[in-house]
Design a protein around this ligand. Structure first.
Ligand SMILES: [Zn+2]
Length: 374
């Protein structure tokens, strides 16, 4: 997947006079719409729309064909893909991303990489310990990818070993010895986490594993690591890397949902006269036209159709009729939400596509809203 190295290479290679095509696609195979090559249809629609906006342009047509070839060959594993094509330099590549990005297409000088750069800055790095009483594995997860760093095996005399009646007297001694071992194991794990923090700093910590082992480790975590701890999850220590990754994803999704709910809460608090938010299709379009949108928020399931003025470029909530700004005849915009996202991104704003309970709450505001810069 995509690292900083790839990103800086794409940036350097596209610092040309000639235009570069950048295409962001939602390829998440957990979404039914993307299966059966649904993401190819998505790419075709985005490119068609981009061509409609830019008018006849042979370079764009060539770049679009090249981009589609790459998309058609993709066997998706990630949640999003970014395609970058600059025909004169023969640059044409597709990279998968472990995070979701708003689908959009861009035809401009320089690859449009800002969404990825921002995601890299904002994305938190997770340290993950997967532990049982006999073993501990250490992972890091960042930008939707997971790396395994260490596999520590402990030599334990198990307390759960069945005791005969003649042995019961020594059970207390076993218990003490076991407690010492647990503390020693926790110390080894904590040392490994300190080492990891030096090599690959992480912002948050997840402790996973058997119920007993996670509880014991959490109890013995030093304060600084306690502060990073977000949650514990129950999972067998022999879980595959993929299973660990899916466990983290589930947790991250839950946290994402919580953040989305907070976002809508904050948004609602600004929905008053002079507040820094607007809601509803027409008011949001108005704010986009004025370049005031800092963050566009809409429900994943929202479907809207709007128009664009061919003269002044303003968006309109109607697909026909006169432009509210200059009176010229408005034309319907295909993939309206993608186009709006694109415009907001290019003005340096952000786009948040939401789902779940927060989306339901946004339903009270026509499922679309925006936080404003001023
Ligand atoms: Zn107009």
């Amino acid at each position: 997947m995509l690292g900083r190295g790839v990103l800086s290479r794409l940036h350097t290679l596209t610092q040309q006079e000639t235009f570069t095509l950048t295409l962001y696609l939602d390829i998440d195979q957990n979404k039914p719409a993307n299966r059966k090559r649904g993401f190819v249809v998505q790419a075709e629609a985005l490119l068609k729309d981009l061509k409609a906006t830019h008018g006849p342009d042979r370079q764009l047509a060539v770049a679009s064909r090249r981009a589609l070839d790459l998309v058609k060959k993709l066997r998706p594993k990630g949640r999003a893909a970014v395609v970058v094509v600059n025909t004169p330099t023969k640059l044409a590549e597709i990279n998968e991303l472990g995070l979701s990005f708003a689908a959009s297409a861009h035809w401009r000088t320089g690859a449009f990489l800002r969404p990825i750069v921002e995601a890299m800055d904002e994305n938190e790095r997770y340290g993950v310990v997967l532990t049982s009483t006999t073993r501990a594995r250490i992972f890091t997860s960042y930008m939707g990818e997971i790396t395994e760093h260490e596999d520590l095996i402990f030599d334990t005399t198990s307390r759960s070993r069945a005791l005969g009646t003649d042995q019961w007297r020594s059970q207390g001694r076993h218990q003490r010895r076991h407690d010492e071992e647990v503390a020693l194991h926790a110390k080894i794990v904590i040392d490994a986490l300190h080492d990891l923090a030096l090599q690959e700093p992480f912002d948050r910590l997840i402790v996973a594993g058997t119920k007993k082992a996670t509880a014991q480790l959490v109890r013995l975590l030093p304060r600084r690591l306690q502060g990073k701890l977000v949650r514990t999850i129950t999972m067998p220590v022999i879980a595959s890397k993929k299973e660990v990754f899916e466990g983290i994803l589930k947790l991250q999704l839950m946290m994402e949902r919580e953040q989305e709910s907070k976002l809508i809460e904050g948004l609602e608090a600004e929905l008053h006269d002079g507040g820094k938010a607007v809601a509803g299709f027409a008011p949001v379009l108005d704010a986009i036209n004025q370049g005031r949108v800092w963050k566009l928020v809409y429900d994943k399931k929202l479907k809207v159709k709007g128009g664009e003025c061919p003269d002044c470029g303003s968006y309109s909530p109607e697909t026909k009729g006169p432009c509210p700004y200059c009176g010229a005849k408005v034309k319907a915009v295909a993939q309206t939400l993608d186009r709006l996202s694109q415009t907001v991104l290019e003005m340096g704003g952000k786009v948040e596509v939401i789902d779940g309970p927060a989306a339901k709450r946004l339903g009270k505001h026509d499922s679309i809203a925006a936080l404003l810069r001023y």
